[in-house]
Design a protein around this ligand. Sequence first.
Ligand SMILES: *Cc1c(COP(=O)(O)O)cnc(C)c1O
Length: 396
Amino acid sequence: MSSYPARAVVDLAAIRSNVAALREHAGGVPVMAVVKADGYGHGLVPSARAALAGGATWLGVAQVDEALALRTAGITAPVLAWLYGPGAPLEAAVAARVDLSVAAPWALDGVVVAARATGVTARVHVKVDTGLGRNGVPPAELADLLDAALRAQAEGAVAVVGLFSHLAFADAPDHPTVRGQAAVFADAVALAERAGARLEVRHLANSAATLTDASVRYDLVRPGLAVYGLSPVPQVGDPASFGLTPAMRLEADLALVKRVPAGQGVSYAHAYTTPRETMLGLVPIGYADGVPRHASGTQDRWGGPVQVGGRRLGVAGRVCMDQVVLDLGPDAAEQAGDTVVLFGSGADGEPTAEDWAQVAGTISYEIVTRVGARVPRVVVGDEAVAPTVEADEDLQ
Ligand SMILES: *Cc1c(COP(=O)(O)O)cnc(C)c1O
């Protein structure tokens, strides 16, 4: 293990069991595990392998480069990439049998050029904007895009295998737009089928919809956050209530413990001043490592929560680039080198990524994906997920 004094411990056994739980929630519909953004900060390739071991049969990523990294690692499962711009390495993607989203005529043209150049039929999923107002072809332009795609299919350049969309309010299951988007999607599916598309997979559900709305499962569900054991609907239920276990534990080892007098201003701008003689603990992890500066503490309120020596404390004063400070109390027994847990599964009373999200005014997605590149990922629970990344490197 690295001697670096902070680490994100990633439990692949949790990812496996989360995917198994998601398969149950999906009621027999196949699961595409979304591993974009470095597996939501948990590590792209280890997360992908664990998700496949847990029963996912597809992987989903945003960028083509992310899909190619999976292929380079030797992962052969179906992979869909859904966010790219002009100039993306589409030839490499088609050659590597990466399924590609198409949401505009220029994207279809690019995929057709790549297919002709490689001699490989490109598998495309047409993405329709059913109301999110983000990626996807507007419904009014779907017929033309489908016609062009099916002409390219007749020529053998592409196979239109999928139609998909993404929900704006899946985390508010009763929001009327969910039904509205589902209706627009149903129309889009009908249009595609009338146009002669033989769709293998129609897909609409992210984590929140997979956990809360059986009516939008279609042929494939696309959970991301829940794969990593976090709840996309914390107001509806915590991870355990959905059979999920948070897979990441972020911890750091105290770099310094010292006694200071009452009235000692702590960290930049002295946003916190010790009310009595006490022991301060210096934790070597800061906003450059993903600890949100919005989770700084004030005089009246601790900042982001931590567990140290079996008790719950919070950041005292400002979160800095590389470090935060704790007021350990006058009787603290901690010493330099002792471990502070910022968040984990919660099973041992430690805070969770959701707790940090609440303090920082954000969502747990952001807490885990922002953990910085400087923080080593330590993978545990990978017994059943061979070969490991390290083993792959040895083979090269
Ligand atoms: C990120 C993403 C997902 C996964 O969303 P979660 O809320 O993390 O489950 C699914 N589909 C698309 C298109 C996405 O961009």
